[in-house]
Design a protein around this ligand. Structure first.
Ligand SMILES: C[S@@+](CC[C@H](N)C(=O)[O-])C[C@H]1O[C@@H](n2cnc3c(N)ncnc32)[C@H](O)[C@@H]1O
Length: 322
């Protein structure tokens, strides 16, 4: 009873309720909350501290940034939090204004990332090689999914199309999607040069993939999730387009502390832990195999993780029922 009273008290204040309504739309940093709420950082931090102690929000430090999210389901308060947030009508003026500001904050971040990809598109293959032992990673990716054959392969955030080229011989048709026109220009030139007429690149947002549910046998997402606001939502959308028995191959960095990648290379997240990826794939209805780890070649290098999720027909039924 004490826990519930504590949670109700923590939620029962206008700014704190606004914070919950914002976090219900995805995790945010303190400075993003400060921008949306228009209140000072110490003030917002005080609210967040109180809410964290009451278990209604989770605090997730990552390098120099701290992300906040709604309280975890395992803490048992999530039903109460969701119900409270749902009580505020979308027509509420304060909520509407906050959501408008949140969109503006997200849009300016998306613009910064898109400027970054525009500026590096021509040079991307060289930049990528700075952080990855590419041959080793590519061999491990092929080993992870086997030889196929795959009907449709979808590569999410295809960039220069490298992953499409890697799997082209195993797929009847492969489509790379990306939001950046500049990256797509390079990808199309690369696919044409490689003579891969069954492969193409098209512009789309990875949060709304232009494929029917269950259309793809293999979906890959290589070094993309750490740029995103909501990697869990991206994984759910990737799982949606997978056919029963299909595979989702996620390749990204293990947790690291190379803060400069945020400032210089538009990264939002400093890699991911196994438990985090396991939670995303589980709630997307996938069975996750134990990850493969490719250790960094040097002390200041980055360790790469390969996670493979499989869409079993049973898992699909569970997900659809949910
Ligand atoms: C680091 S690059 C990786 C490219 C490629 N997968 C590789 O490993 O070389 C990340 C790519 O994700 C794309 N991207 C970022 N946000 C996206 C979104 N919302 N929808 C589609 N593509 C996105 C970027 O434009 C960029 O080309």
């Amino acid at each position: 009873m004490e826990r519930v009273v504590g949670a109700l008290k923590a939620m029962g204040e206008p700014t704190r309720l606004r914070i919950l309504m914002l976090l219900a739309r995805g995790e945010l940093t303190v400075s993003e909350l400060v921008q949306v709420l228009g209140q000072s950082q110490p003030r917002v931090s005080r609210h967040l501290k109180l809410m964290t102690e009451a278990g209604v929000v989770q605090r997730m430090p990552e390098g120099a940034w701290v992300f906040y999210a709604l309280g975890a389901e395992r803490d048992g308060l999530r039903g109460l939090i969701d119900a409270t947030v749902a009580e505020v009508p979308v027509s509420d003026l304060t909520l509407a204004r906050d959501l408008e500001r949140l969109e503006a904050v997200k849009a300016s971040r998306a613009e910064a990332a898109s400027d970054y990809f525009r500026s590096v598109a021509q040079d991307w293959d060289r930049i990528r090689a700075l952080h990855l032992a590419e041959n080793e990673v590519e061999t491990a990716m092929r080993d992870a999914v086997g030889d196929g054959p795959f009907g449709l392969m979808v590569d999410i955030g295809t960039g220069t199309g490298r992953v499409i080229e890697l799997f082209a011989d195993a797929a009847s048709r492969a489509v790379g999607i990306d939001i950046s026109h500049d990256m797509l220009t390079v990808a199309r030139a690369n696919l044409e040069r490689a003579g891969l007429s069954h492969c193409s690149a098209r512009r789309a947002d990875l949060y709304a993939l232009p494929f029917d549910t269950g259309a793809a046998d293999l979906v890959t997402i290589h070094q993309v999730l750490h740029y995103l606001d909501e990697p869990s939502v991206a994984v759910r959308e990737a799982a949606r387009v997978l056919a029963p028995g299909g595979c989702l191959l996620i390749v990204d960095f293990d947790r690291h502390d190379h803060e400069f990648l945020r400032e210089e290379h538009a990264h939002r997240r400093l890699g991911f832990g196994d438990s985090e990826v396991a939670e995303w794939t589980r709630s997307a209805g996938l069975e996750l195999r134990p990850a493969r780890t490719l250790e960094a070649a040097s002390a200041d290098g980055l360790t790469v993780k390969i996670w493979l999720g499989r869409h079993s027909p049973d898992a699909r039924n569970e997900r659809d029922a949910a």
